[in-house]
Design a binder for this molecule. Sequence first.
Ligand code: DGL
Length: 270
Amino acid sequence: MIAVFDSGFGGLSILKGLLNKLPDYDYMYLGDNARAPYGGHSRETVTRFSEEACEFLFEKGATLIIVACNTSSAFALRHLQNKYIIDGGLKGKKNILGMVFPFSESAVKATKNGRIGLVGTKGTVKSGAYEKEIHKLMPDAKIIAQACPLLVPLIEEGWHEKPEARMILKKYLRPIKNHGIDTLILGCTHYPLMMEDFKKYMGKNVELIGDGELLAESLADYLERHPEIEKRLGREGKRVYMTTDDADKFKKMGQKFLGRDIAEALGVTI
Ligand code: DGL
């Protein structure tokens, strides 16, 4: 099974892309809603939460875990890969993938002037993970990063279509826009819900990177290059939705992020 893990609802925007492009695989989703948001927590806390989620998902039969949460990817992915895949002897059998590499790679491919913007949670920006990855691929790239901590709660509250949310978004984006970037990474699971506003404000000359469709392309490419993992994935069209908090609320809210019905959500303890 492919497992998608996030701090809460946001990762459903990534799962949405995967279900559209790669619908035949079996998927399970875990939202750690009880402990969300992750964005303001320390590296140590996010790493501990992410370890617990991975252990839970492997126990539930995950072959491939997609860490959709950017904060978790930025703070913990390398550690998770080392602990469970390399040291845990699972190389070639299971894997854990994150957001930072595919989004950085796409940004580097897209940019013409080498000026790349990044928006995300405080944790993602503070981690420096995107800078590190982008500089590996493009040493001269200039990265202008901006944490947007108010966007996640606004989106969770369903306020993102209100003028107040647009005003806050503009305030966050203005300094980035002034730097003449031609590519912007939406380094947070929630931001695709405001994609049209990002587009409107940044203008047609700025390429936006960070939605589930792009991630799905990157995953399709990964699976083609890794048949040893691909052949272990179920293809019965199974969908399992799990949350560490209220299952009914997850079902209701989750449908907005996923853009389709969630037949059943299970409340779990990890
Ligand atoms: N999922 C988080 C991320 O992509 C955003 C929400 C949170 O802070 O937990 O960084």
